[in-house]
Design a protein around this ligand. Structure first.
Ligand SMILES: C[S@@+](CC[C@H](N)C(=O)[O-])C[C@H]1O[C@@H](n2cnc3c(N)ncnc32)[C@H](O)[C@@H]1O
Length: 268
């Protein structure tokens, strides 16, 4: 099985992915609607993780449509049990690496969130995935721009932790400005100039999911940041949420987590 996913699926990563599902729900929903997901469609969700994008797509395609999530890791078990808890009968999941994926018939849309950035050759992957979509169907991918994270006004602890997260991701060969490159990647894959949308979760001291999400990213990255000598003077993972709540409240600040960029194109 070939996967180059470097963030693992320890409890902290699963917790982060579940929070991510909540924090990016509206932006992802809006983008997938704009991309043309409609009732009755058959949709493939690549790198489905715990299933949030599949669940959202299932809402948009309705009971007459179908969504199939695919992930290389055994996190598909969690996705299946979450689908069962929600009583969703139009969603299924398969554990498979992208390059081993075989379909019986073409789908109406292939979607994915935060998956292309983890692949060694995203252009080849886009080409392969477009080949699974019927002519006139849609390819839509959401990726983020970690380099654009900021707070208004500037909060030193948030800035320093964000910089340490960015450097830790880069040390794992992850591109922290992958989202803005989607336009060029789609064109290199022969999909033409895609349509695009951007959305970013913003909030203040009482947006507990947003602050928790920031703290969970720090928890995930902390061991790597410590190895790189980037944690000195910064809160440890358990102190991060209270520190953020305190500083954001004191400054009456707004923090912006990574903007998510979605690109989509019709398959000719
Ligand atoms: C950052 S997570 C995103 C999960 C989900 N799309 C979401 O937005 O919540 C990326 C997922 O892609 C999966 N993945 C990475 N490389 C893959 C590959 N080559 N084939 C299939 N899945 C892969 C990982 O196992 C991981 O669950």
């Amino acid at each position: 099985m070939s996967t180059t996913y470097t963030l693992g699926h320890e409890d902290s990563e699963v917790r982060r992915l579940l929070l991510q599902g909540r924090v990016y729900y509206s932006d992802t929903r809006h983008a997938l609607l704009m991309a043309g997901l409609k009732p009755g469609m058959r949709v493939l969700d690549i790198g489905s993780g715990p299933g949030d994008v599949s669940f959202l797509a299932a809402e948009l395609v309705g009971p007459g449509g179908q969504v199939h999530g695919v992930d290389a890791a055994d996190i598909v078990h969690l996705a299946r049990s979450r689908a069962a808890d929600r009583g969703l009968t139009n969603v299924s999941f398969t554990q498979s690496a992208l390059d081993e994926l075989v379909l019986d018939e073409p789908v109406d849309a292939v979607v994915g969130r935060l998956i292309l950035m983890h692949l060694p050759d995203p252009v080849a992957a886009l080409r392969q995935l477009a080949g699974l979509v019927r002519p006139g169907g849609v390819v839509a991918f959401c990726e983020n721009d970690i380099a654009a994270v900021r707070s208004y006004p500037e909060i030193p602890v948030f800035r320093q932790v964000t910089d340490a997260v960015a450097r830790s991701f880069e040390s794992l060969s992850l591109d922290i400005s992958f989202g803005p490159k989607l336009g060029a990647l789609f064109q290199a894959a022969g999909l033409g100039v895609p349509r695009m949308a951007l959305g970013a979760p913003l909030g203040g001291a009482d947006d507990i999911d947003l602050l928790r999400y920031a703290a969970e990213i720090w928890r995930l990255v902390y061991p790597r940041a410590a190895q790189l000598g980037l944690t000195e003077g910064l809160p440890d993972p358990d102190e991060m949420l209270p520190a953020l709540q305190r500083e954001v409240a004191a400054a009456r600040a707004t923090i912006m987590m990574p903007p998510q960029i979605t690109a989509w194109a019709q398959v000719r």
